[in-house]
Ligand binder design. Sequence first.
Ligand code: NAD
Ligand code: IPM
Ligand code: MN
Length: 322
Amino acid sequence: MAKVAVVEGDGIGHEVVPVAREILAAVRPDFEFFDVEVGYGLWERTGSACGEETIADLQSADAILFGAVTTPPDPGYRSVLLQIRHALDLYANVRPIQGEGVDIVIVRENTEGLYSGIEWTEPDRACTVRVVSRRGSERIARYACTLAGSRRHLTIGNKANVLKSDCLFVEVCTAEAARMGVPCRARYIDALCLDLLMHPDLYDVVVTTNMFGDILSDAAAYLVGGLGLLPSANIGKRAALFEPVHGSAPDIAGQNIANPVAAIRSAAMLLSHLGDPASAAAVEEAVHRVLRAGIRTRDLGGVAGTREFGAAVLREVGQRKA
Ligand code: NAD
Ligand code: IPM
Ligand code: MN
């Protein structure tokens, strides 16, 4: 029986995660769920955004279903999510962008790059170190090439023309692709951002460094209807965390209007990861049917609330099982 840690986090995490969890529990009544609290809300109440035992609690789970956390732009505050990704060594951030005529997977290095956490503030300047290690690049390259090997090809998003760190990243990824027989090309990330939006059919698996992947995945949401739809998986050797690509959306929090599809699809990715692709496909298919029936949240032009959309997916999942 799988143990699933559930982290709502902040903002709309409190709305979309309960919907995703209910659907997970419906398709896998044997799963055991336990709640873990982290985030800005916890920090405001207790002075700590992530308790001492939290990491051990998360490590004890077979998989983590995560909502979103609020991270203020405050030099004294470190994002809990980055702490968790580092502590659990969740090195591969996998972000599928799938929709009509679009089938792309962004594989983002998730533990170093500009989010290495090595930074300091001086009176008149602040510095952030961009770390690209050979080991870090090799393992993300291997992950991306393995995926691309079962698909079509690999694009390496980079800025090696100006960043020495990306010369290493491209060198390692190119060598890994050659070793694994995966067709591969390198593209500068700025041009790639536009080209991916204009010609999505030219892209399959895109591997890139941490911050480039962060930005590229939000931009790519444009291709399929926005941030409310995109799921992601954060994969490590021993742990895995599944979360929407979007954040805590404080502008719409507490109104029952957030789109829960990204969270539901993240739950589907969790099911696949735990060796149940049939349930994952059933959940995906249920989401498709509900959307096709015109039941949509406000971001997609509909009037359904977060909970109403979730209930519709739950009905579809139930009918399929019956
Ligand atoms: P955001 O993704 O929270 O929101 C961007 C825009 O998209 C907002 O207008 C929001 O209303 C909309 N949106 C996002 N998810 C939606 C959904 N499910 N349904 C409908 N609309 C949706 O990004 P932001 O506004 O830049 O950041 C808000 C907070 O979230 C910040 O504190 C940021 O640090 C944090 N954040 C957290 C994560 C995470 O936990 N993974 C990711 C990104 C941002
Ligand atoms: C994401 C988010 C996070 C990131 C933040 C909140 C740390 O933007 O998951 O895309 O930058 O990775
Ligand atoms: Mn992001």
